[in-house]
Design a protein around this ligand. Structure first.
Ligand SMILES: *Cc1c(COP(=O)(O)O)cnc(C)c1O
Length: 347
């Protein structure tokens, strides 16, 4: 059954971003496909990325890794960023997943479980996950990859990037046989000395800019679109939606569109005026409150009809701009698109 709202994923655009990132970094791309490929669908995205040459993938959770293993088959290498969380050892081994070990307890548990190849995360300043450099373990059998994560890669002028990079280079020397992975999306554009042996982009694969704004080096991949359910004229003085969120001071024509916060159109668009939607070749504001299943768009003066489509984000309303208008970032906007919205793959 056709859905009145859908997330269209352009796999050719995904492939172009994959190759653009590899070229920018000058290193192989190990795609990050956690959180269901940032909401786009990890099975379809990872299969295409594997067909483009990706051989190693990152997820966050063991369960994500098991699902990805089922989708990709035995060949690719899959790392789990959460590491060896107590109780997941057997699931990791059963699906041939490699935990990225973050602390001594995880290392001990992985050894006790008889686990094989794994990664190691060193925290070079973010204070999130991983061993502090001074606590990093001696090299050990099975250690295949060492990584660290940038805290400020979306800001090339941030001096912390260089400090983290130098700290990582120093600690990685301790593990001569291991693949060194440092750069996320933003890091792919910080210079060749940030690339090391393999890069780990996520959001740029899926169409987010490396600096949190639209970027000519990255193409749109995901389009959230919805059909117009009804078009109506609102006379002067009347209001639109819950709590009279918008009042017409001039006659308005509005389109009620089949997408709301239960689809991932964040309620924080409400009343900001910056929540713009692409309709009939123009960017027009969302009026009043976003409700659960619908939102109202100002189509005054436009030639629109029931069944026409509006775009919440995509090639005409860039993801980063839409996220900023909602008071958030591309990552959160993408991962907010709910299961009710079918993912439609093209390319
Ligand atoms: C999520 C994540 C990435 C990918 O980050 P992007 O900013 O989306 O490129 C890379 N490495 C780690 C450790 C992560 O948690």
């Amino acid at each position: 059954m056709a859905s009145p709202a859908r997330l269209t994923v352009d796999l050719n655009a995904l492939a172009r971003n994959f190759h653009a990132l590899a070229a920018a970094a000058g290193a192989p791309v190990h795609p990050v496909v956690k959180a269901d490929s940032y909401g786009l669908g990890a099975a379809a995205c990872a299969r295409r990325l594997a067909a483009e040459g990706a051989q190693t993938f990152f997820v966050a959770r063991a369960a994500e890794g098991a699902a990805l293993r089922a989708a990709l088959g035995a060949e690719p290498t899959i790392y789990v960023l959460d590491g060896c969380v107590a109780g997941t050892e057997r699931a990791l081994i059963a699906s041939n997943l490699r935990p990225v070990l973050n602390h001594g307890g995880q290392l001990a548990a992985w050894r006790a479980a008889g686990g094989g190849a794994c990664g190691l995360q060193v925290d070079t300043g973010m204070n999130r996950l991983g061993f502090r450099p001074e606590d990093a373990p001696a090299p050990f059998d099975g250690l295949a990859l060492v990584l660290s994560h940038l805290a400020c890669a979306d800001d090339p002028a941030e001096p912390m990037n260089r400090r983290q990079r130098d700290a990582f280079a120093a600690v990685a020397q301790r593990y001569p046989g291991a693949v060194r992975s440092f750069a996320n999306s933003g890091g792919c554009f910080l210079g060749s000395d940030y690339a090391f042996d393999a890069v780990r982009p996520g959001v740029c694969l899926y169409g987010g800019g490396p600096e949190g704004r639209p970027d000519p080096r990255i193409g749109a991949v995901a389009t959230l679109s919805a059909d117009i359910l009804q078009v109506r004229d609102v006379p002067v003085g009347e209001t639109v939606g819950y709590s009279r969120g918008f009042q017409a001071e001039t006659p308005h024509r509005i389109a009620t569109c089949a997408t709301g916060y239960a689809d991932g159109v964040l309620r924080s668009y409400s009343g900001r005026g910056a929540g713009l939607v692409w309709v009939a070749g123009e960017l027009r504001p969302i009026l009043g409150r976003v409700s659960m299943d619908v939102c109202a768009v100002d189509v005054s003066g436009l030639d629109v009809a029931i069944g026409d489509t509006v775009e919440l984000f995509g090639a005409n309303r860039m993801l980063d701009d839409a996220a900023a208008a909602a008071g958030t970032i591309a990552y959160e906007l993408l991962t907010s698109v709910t299961a009710r919205v079918p993912r439609v793959y093209v390319g």
